[in-house]
Design a protein around this ligand. Structure first.
Ligand code: HEM
Length: 416
């Protein structure tokens, strides 16, 4: 299997190891020293495969917002795999995601769902979010121990998106089990034929399931996003059936692992910094700002990418030819001392002016950002309040998931 982003023989760190090798165990365990070296030694790093890696806040932020960069998903995938890659169901489906679309398709697709995610709509979900968090804690409180990922962080985002989409209660149990496997689709390393087959199988199953649900909602409409989108599809030229299915799959998956990992990474960071944990327990009003700091300090999405839609003369002093890929290291931008001069590697829940790039920027800015923030706020605040003596078993060597773009823990056992 070809490894697209791997050893760079030309540019190495002081101790001889490659500057950007994001799936190496050391990088997965702690990417931040690697980012420091990229930012200082080679801020527009070129991989042996010709991808441009941006690590400074200014460059990352510019690429995300500058309309000379876009997704160009179909052409990019053909170049990376083969002319026939769009025959694979999983790639065909992804090509319809708003996340991978450029205007005008992106504008049209996002416009159809954006209202469901406004700050006001999300605020109205607070009581339901609180209820789910309380039920999750009720289920384990007498046990004295739990896995903070599986038993605590995981149920909340899945349940909320099921509510929003209108997935009937009796169908949900399968999703609770199956929804943490999609992370590999996002890493900047090509998928193997086996992984493409697995992706196809998962995608086809999801397509079959949602087609049935669409039929149900045509017959008996509900107050949910699927009903809204099915009606938009029936209206004619607003979206096709393929776009409808693909974007429901995107919405279903986009908020799971990302939000689980915001909660998991945040709890780990707090327990590694007991002074900050004590401060937050003593002053719960700091929680809203603390969530921004968790997002900045150890983002659950570490990277996204763009393609140059035209020749770019000067990105940090480097020319980017049309069609080339630029990788944006969000997790590195979030620790750039140029923007966070006061010890960016320190967790500080009272830090001012925290504006992490963890939700991206520009036209693809995360649709679920406010939802994720409120879910994490209520989850972490409730846990600190209801289980004040909770201790994480191993804060030194926790088990990280082996993916790079989605950064999070496999398990995080804790007791009280
Ligand atoms: C887009 C991160 C939670 C739905 C994005 C992007 C990032 C991101 C970085 C932009 C990618 C790019 O520019 O290429 C996160 C993080 C989350 C989170 C860190 C949690 C901590 C959610 C949730 C939902 C969601 C809860 C929905 C339920 C989406 C969608 C897009 C998106 C639909 C595509 C938007 C577009 O292309 O216009 N997210 N996300 N995300 N996110 Fe999130």
């Amino acid at each position: 299997q070809p490894i697209e982003v791997t050893m760079n023989e030309q540019v190495q760190g002081a101790n001889g190891d490659p500057l950007f090798n994001p799936l190496s165990p050391d990088f997965i365990r702690d990417p931040y020293p690697h980012y420091d070296r990229l930012r200082t030694m080679d801020p527009i790093h070129v991989t042996p495969f010709g991808q441009f890696v941006t690590s400074r806040h200014a460059d990352v932020s510019l690429v995300l917002r500058d309309r000379r960069f876009g997704k160009d998903f179909v052409e990019r995938s053909k170049r990376r795999y083969s002319e026939k890659i769009m025959d694979e169901p999983v790639f065909r489906s992804m090509s319809h995601w708003m996340l991978q679309a450029d205007p005008p398709d992106h504008t049209r697709l996002r416009g159809l769902v954006v209202k469901a995610f406004t700050a006001r709509r999300v605020e109205d979900m607070r009581p339901r979010i609180q209820e789910i968090v309380d039920q999750t804690i009720d289920a384990v409180i007498d046990r004295g121990h739990m896995d903070l990922i599986e038993d605590f962080a995981f149920r909340l985002p899945v349940t909320i998106i099921c509510d929003m989409l209108g997935i009937p209660e009796e169908h949900r149990e399968t999703f609770y089990k199956s929804s943490r496997d999609g992370g590999r689709l996002l890493d900047p390393v090509p998928l193997s034929p086996e992984e493409i087959s697995q992706g196809n199988a998962g995608n086809l199953m999801a397509q079959m399931y949602f087609q049935q649900l669409f039929e149900l909602r045509r017959r008996s409409p509900g107050d949910d996003l699927i009903t809204q989108l099915v009606q938009a599809e029936e209206d004619g030229n607003k979206l096709t059936n393929e776009e409808l299915t693909a974007n429901i799959i995107l919405l279903f998956g986009a908020g799971h692992e990302t939000t689980v990992n915001l909660i998991g990474n945040g709890l780990l960071a707090l327990h590694r910094n007991p002074d900050q944990l004590a401060l937050l327990k003593a002053r719960p009003e700091l929680m809203v700002g603390a969530i921004e700091e968790f997002l900045r300090y150890d983002s659950s999405v570490q990277m996204t990418g763009r393609v140059a839609l035209e020749d770019i003369d000067d990105l940090g002093g480097v020319k980017i030819p049309k069609g080339e890929t630029v990788l944006c290291l969000l997790g590195s931008a979030n620790r750039d001392p140029a923007v966070y001069p006061d010890r960016p590697d320190r967790l500080d829940v009272t830090r001012q002016n925290v504006k992490p790039l963890s939700f991206g920027g520009g036209i693809h800015f995360c649709l679920g950002a406010q939802l994720a923030r409120i879910e994490a706020e209520i989850a972490i605040a409730t846990l600190l309040r209801r289980l004040p003596d909770l201790r994480i078993d191993d804060v030194v060597n926790p088990q990280w998931r082996p993916t790079f773009v989605l950064r999070g823990l496999t398990r995080l056992p804790a007791s009280w």
